[in-house]
Design a binder for this molecule. Sequence first.
Ligand code: UDP
Ligand code: MN
Length: 352
Amino acid sequence: MRRLQNVCLTVAVTALVVSYAAWSSLTATTTLGTSSSASRLPLGDLREHSTVCHASLQDQRTFLPSNNDSSLPTIFFITPTYPRREQFAELTRLGQTLMHVPSLHWIVADDNPECNPFLTEIFQKFGLPFTHISSPMPSNYRKRYFVPRGVSNRRAALKWIKANAASGVFYFGDDDNTFDLTLFSEIRDTKIVSMFPVGLIGEFGVSAPIIEGGKVVGFFDSWPADRKFPVDMAGFAVSVEYLLQHPNATMPYKAGHEEDQFLKSLDLKMSDIEPKANNCTKVLVWHTQTVKKPKHNLKVPESIFSNLRTLLEKLVSLGVVQMGAEVSGKEVYMVVDGHKNEVTKRQVLGLS
Ligand code: UDP
Ligand code: MN
């Protein structure tokens, strides 16, 4: 009897899982279309909403790279980002790399339902042509065991390219990766899809195409996963013309398979791939990862030194710390002569 109950339970659970999987894959493909098809969905939380917060087409860098030739094909550098403590540090480092690159348009798509004005502000400071997009991940995908990170962002950026670009090359560059400036001159003349090694990937320490006679014959990657193109997101660049010739090309919300399925949706053949980085012998991009920590909640008294208040308020607005006078926060102090002092101005100056 007990066994029968178990069998029934297993069957019921399996049926539930199968029907959920079928339903979620159905709805996932329906959301690829317009908002009218999305509005027929049973649940609103698979729906995509993206907004262009700000676009600047002018190159306003004060120090232009010496080779900033306007006839160069534009590189559309697509960066998914999301609010967390480290976001502004990552984007500062990346933006200052990109400032050295001629003819580049930075598309930064933030996994955030709001347009964060502080992001627009730092992009304006870099002076690069840029598009700032708000592209939150539909909340149902965030509940998955393997979350498809950065997908809503990249899809929104592709939508922007399809609507606004006619030529050039695009590349997916995450906000925490490290880019050698040589990469940009390598990918700029991509005709269809170019590929190259990415350092610090998986258990081989690198993911790279394998080349014979100037052609890609296979891949060196420690996670095959039945992928035709087992490459990292940072390991390829695509010509805009080629994308426009494949209007149905899309990146799925399928963690670990985004690259492979996107490249398949472009109808890419192995023989089309253009090896870069000196026949895939060099690493020009590294999959670095920043240690992520939750932001600290600081217990800060009302009356503190004004520079400290301004500084902390700035960090609050950039999402680095939280502060308040509540008891649960970490008590802050000032160090004078190696000793902890209260941070209130009156007491430190001995005026009390
Ligand atoms: N990302 C995002 N939303 C998230 C998590 C990540 O938009 O909830 C972005 C992130 O900024 C990065 C990309 O997606 O540009 C890949 O994420 P992450 O670096 O965390 O993944 P990893 O490189 O460690 O696989
Ligand atoms: Mn990363």
